[in-house]
Design a protein around this ligand. Structure first.
Ligand SMILES: C[S@@+](CC[C@H](N)C(=O)[O-])C[C@H]1O[C@@H](n2cnc3c(N)ncnc32)[C@H](O)[C@@H]1O
Length: 230
């Protein structure tokens, strides 16, 4: 296990053949480095363009009115303002530079109950069943080990709690062409272009409550899941 982790650090995503850039190509340090660079321009590049998806995700959360909510990969905190003021919100991320901006946003929302913490979502310090709802906006395909992340969020979410995944999954038609055109640029910032809904969502033993296409030309999908004890 240790050996394979050490080996993964030596891989560069661009050295791997097309279509085979999965778990091994990324590391916690690599994600932190990528978002350190992106943090100053993140809102400009990905704020508005990904906002419709965040808005729909927050609509789902507002309908649920969870007492406790974990946002995984909170980034610069772009979704925070739309969550219910009655929810106890915890936002975690592994980029200090993104978190600084999320903290600043949280300070500007005095009616909300928000805690922002540095934590790797693949191995958190939360006890089992800590949250009624867990949201993952645009994080599942950039985390080093998506299956580990899923295992961990299912542990910290209550057994009948709700998990909301907002992500781009490998597409067809227009987005299939775009993925291929921008594959190396996307992977340079730690974004997997080959990320299949069937593998990442349907292979787990949770209940798919709803799925909808969001963002420009259906770039992303919003998937609402009911947790079950893994
Ligand atoms: C594409 S950004 C999304 C930010 C924000 N959620 C949004 O809506 O724009 C992905 C974020 O997930 C964070 N991230 C990636 N893997 C993570 C992990 N294992 N644990 C915590 N945060 C992670 C990155 O540092 C980055 O801030």
């Amino acid at each position: 296990m240790k050996e394979s982790r050490a080996r993964s650090e030596r891989f560069s995503p661009s050295n791997l053949p097309v279509g085979s850039r999965p778990e091994l190509a990324m590391s916690e340090a690599g994600v932190a480095r990528a978002y350190k660079r992106l943090a100053p321009v993140y809102d400009l590049l990905f704020g508005q363009v990904l906002e419709p998806g965040r808005r729909r995700m927050a609509d789902v959360v507002r309908t649920l009115q969870p007492a406790s909510l974990l946002e995984v990969g909170v980034g610069t905190g772009l979704a925070l303002a739309r969550y219910p003021t009655t929810s106890k919100i915890v936002g975690i991320d592994l980029s200090h530079e993104m978190l600084e901006r999320a903290r600043e946003r949280a300070r500007g929302l005095p009616d909300h109950q928000i805690t922002i913490e540095y934590m790797n979502a693949e191995r958190t310090s939360f006890p089992d069943g800590s949250f009624d709802c867990v949201t993952l906006p645009y994080v599942l395909s950039v985390t080093p080990r998506p299956a580990e992340l899923v295992r961990e969020i299912r542990r910290v979410c209550k057994p009948e709690g709700t998990i909301v995944v907002l992500n781009h999954f490998s597409g067809s038609g227009f987005w299939w062409l775009m993925e291929r055109a921008f594959r190396s640029a996307a992977e340079h910032i730690g974004f997997r272009s080959d990320f299949r809904y069937e593998e990442q969502i349907l292979s787990h033993d949770w209940q798919v409550v709803s799925i909808e296409s969001v963002n420009l030309l259906g770039l992303s999908r919003l998937v609402v899941l009911k947790n079950r004890r893994a």
